[in-house]
Design a protein around this ligand. Structure first.
Ligand code: PMP
Length: 354
């Protein structure tokens, strides 16, 4: 047996590209078009570089405490990681550890499948209905765990709290993870966070990458019962005690402290999203009533790939997934109003010429 036969085989997740073109409009990775809170900037400017000599706080307590206070929960119910990808990765390793398949939608965040394959976790994909909704009854069968984003990605479709609770209720014997990466754009009552006290097997996952405009800082977190968080901590401290770096911890605290800025900018994105939907519809696109910071649009006549390439030529980057079932659509991140205007005029031009 050669060393190559002993290597773990992995088929990695393919993130959206990060082109570096001057003047480009980047609507391909669901980043926030606005800068993070000015308090984050102050925090960066005030950083004492000598602190880099020291290890960061292994328990990430300053940020956990800030998040616990912000959400009005106990600090023992908060776990923080290097982006929600890190948090979800840890959660897969920790909670999906049986021979029974875990369940997630067939059209969803494609990283779930990658982790499942990497860790050899058996899984079954559950088809969405024709309107891209989850069918809660699909998750009522015996399983090794459940995960889905709400709102879902790349569709943007939001399931009601009642639907999500139905799924949690049907699964007292496995961990149910609700990936709320985009929930801040989905309105006041979209999150199932209030249910973590009712269901000790519910894990709610969040990120600073979208609504807090901090994808570059790599901060994610999850909330759940003390028991769940203890299990996660045990695995985390068996892999890497110091996941978060000191500047990221400080910047996270600074962002959480500025709620007014956060709300104002989430509100702006939601407003632009709704306008984008209307303008895209007027150009012949259809789309689900997406609640994330992106739209998932299909044109009635022109193939998605053609539009994607034509936009690209104009330095407007959107996401096209060459996957059966969704390769007739574009996922377009909501940018600033100015970016939305440029997108719409480019689309007009492209569609007129098609
Ligand atoms: N969950 C979903 C549904 C996502 O779309 C993303 C963004 N790619 C993530 C989690 C991970 O985001 P991050 O690691 O930046 O927190």
């Amino acid at each position: 047996m050669s060393w190559e036969d002993k290597v773990r085989k992995a088929e990695p997740y393919v993130p959206g590209e990060q082109p570096n073109v001057k003047g480009m409009i980047k609507l391909n990775t669901n980043e926030n078009p606005y800068p993070p809170s000015p308090k984050v900037n102050e925090c960066i400017k005030g950083m004492d570089y000598d602190r880099m000599r020291l290890y960061p706080k292994a328990d990430i307590m300053p940020l956990r405490k800030a998040l616990a206070d912000y959400h009005g929960i106990d600090v023992a119910k908060v776990f923080v990681g290097v982006g929600s990808d890190d948090v979800i990765d840890m959660a897969f390793v920790t909670f999906f550890y049986s021979d029974i398949p875990v369940l997630f939608p067939d059209v969803t965040y494609s990283f779930y499948k990658v982790w499942a394959e990497l860790y050899r976790i058996p899984y079954v994909l559950k088809p969405l209905d024709k309107d891209f909704h989850i069918r809660p009854e699909d998750y009522a069968q015996k399983n090794g765990g459940v995960i889905f984003p709400n709102p879902n990605a790349p569709t943007g479709v939001l399931e009601s709290r009642e639907t999500v609770e139905k799924i949690i209720k049907a699964n007292p014997d496995s961990v149910v993870m609700v990936d709320e990466a985009y929930v801040d754009f989905a309105g006041e009552n979209a999150s199932v966070l209030p249910l973590i006290d009712k269901y000790e097997n519910l894990l709610v996952i969040r990120t600073f990458s979208k609504s807090r405009a901090m994808a570059g800082a790599r901060i994610g977190y999850c909330m759940g019962s003390e028991k769940l968080i203890k299990c996660l901590e045990a695995v985390k401290f068996s892999i890497n005690s110091y996941t978060m770096n000191t500047p990221a911890i400080d910047m996270g605290v600074a962002s959480v402290a500025d709620d007014a800025y956060f709300r104002e900018h989430v509100g702006k994105i939601v407003k632009t999203r709704e306008r984008m939907k209307e303008e895209l519809k007027a150009l012949g696109f259809t789309m689900p009533d997406g609640k994330g910071n992106f739209v998932f649009a299909k044109h009635e006549n022109v193939p998605a790939k053609e539009i994607y390439l034509a936009l690209r030529e104009r330095n407007i980057f959107v996401r096209f997934f060459d996957t059966p079932g969704i390769n007739d659509r574009l996922r377009i991140t909501v940018g600033t109003d100015e970016e939305a205007d440029k997108l719409i005029s480019a689309l007009k031009e492209i569609l007129e010429g098609a």
